[in-house]
Design a binder for this molecule. Structure first.
Ligand SMILES: Nc1ncnc2c1ncn2[C@@H]1O[C@H](COP(=O)(O)OP(=O)(O)OP(=O)(O)O)[C@@H](O)[C@H]1O
Ligand SMILES: [Mg+2]
Length: 326
């Protein structure tokens, strides 16, 4: 299998030594860079027709609208009214919404850029704006997939996409604002005095995430494998209602009864199913594995990978397996 690396971080190989060899930083994206990162179009349309036309930044705008038209995702009832509902924004509009990306509007940062809170005057709504790091390795690909997937899905347990900006080199995504941030913020490294979330709330969050996943797997036609289920991608509204976010790695399964999709390995250390990491064969069960890891985090309150713990307890799944066999 290919060489895997954490975006923007040193490379690391995944294989049969998956558990013992995870990198010394947690929750980082992995991806097999041996494939051309510009094969966006081939993957989106679910066919390996050898059409590897390069997508450079000048092509992206056209590519976006082309792919939106070609992708034939629809819900069970065949309703295609959601297609193309994403709004486009100018960079100036988004800069104004965030006070020119003021530090006090900063919400957090992931592998693909910074997230800011803002107010969009045009729609009079508080939003979260994710500005993709122009130097990120997977920015363009994930940006396109994110816009496409989110403009096709509509479910109370999936974060709502409002629109995007693809102006010059700038790539920004606009989402509904989720006031309580991510589940990760409520489970780990709590500030002094902050009470851990209750057992009932934990179960409510797990059920919400499961419903979002069920929608992607069972209601979407063709179905979608999410590929990036983890605590930081479960966002919470003011009542701890959970919504899945970040669809940049989502994979459309061309034919429903296919047992797997062969693809490059992408995901996050600790959450990525070992069989997928080792073979590159992605299945719906890969998401279920990641869901199981989130459940373990919810139940134990431990991080998926925690290098502050004794060596045998660093990897949550390995630790739980050990406990149950002893
Ligand atoms: N729609 C949103 N509403 C409120 N806060 C958000 C929203 N989206 C993201 N955030 C905040 O921004 C942080 C960073 O999100 P982001 O998805 O960029 O990174 P991540 O999930 O930590 O890592 P990765 O890049 O691997 O997905 C989240 O942890 C959350 O606190
Ligand atoms: Mg995320």
């Amino acid at each position: 299998m290919g060489c895997l690396h954490c975006i923007g971080k040193p490379r690391k190989r995944l294989g049969s030594d998956y558990y013992s060899n995870s990198p010394k930083h947690t929750n980082k994206k992995i991806n097999n860079v041996s494939e051309d990162k510009n094969k966006v179009r081939v993957e989106l349309n679910g066919r390996a027709n050898g059409n590897k036309r390069e997508v450079n930044s000048n092509d992206d705008k056209n590519q976006l609208s082309l792919d939106v038209k070609k992708l034939k995702l629809r819900e069970d009832d065949g309703n295609t009214s959601n297609v193309n509902k994403a709004m486009t924004f100018t960079f100036d509009e988004l800069a104004a919404a965030t006070g020119n990306f003021r530090p006090d509007c900063f919400l957090g940062e992931g592998g693909f850029g910074k997230v800011y809170k803002g107010h969009l005057d045009r729609i009079n709504q508080v939003v979260a704006i994710k500005q993709l790091d122009p130097h990120g390795l997977q920015g363009t690909r994930e940006f396109v997939i994110e816009v496409l997937t989110l403009s096709m899905v509509d479910h109370p347990n999936l974060v709502k996409s409002i629109g995007y900006c693809a102006e010059g080199d700038q790539r920004l995504l606009v989402y509904e604002y989720m006031p309580l941030g991510s589940l990760e913020n409520h489970l780990h490294d709590l500030p002094p005095g902050k009470r851990p979330i209750s057992w009932n709330t934990r179960m409510k969050i797990a059920a919400g995430a499961a419903k979002g996943l069920e929608y992607l797997h069972d209601k979407m036609k063709p179905p979608v494998i999410y590929r990036d289920l983890k605590c930081s991608n479960i966002l919470l509204d003011e009542k701890y209602h959970a919504k899945l976010s970040d669809f940049g790695l989502a994979k459309v399964v061309p034919s429903g009864d296919k047992s797997h999709v062969s693809t490059r390995v992408m995901g996050t250390y600790g959450y990525c199913a070992p069989d997928y990491a080792m073979t590159g064969q992605l299945t719906f069960k890969s998401d279920i594995y990641s869901f199981g890891v989130v459940l373990l985090e919810l139940i134990t309150g431990r991080k998926v990978i925690d290098h502050r713990r004794p060596e045998k307890e660093e990897n949550l799944v390995a630790w739980v397996c050990q406990c149950s066999f002893n």
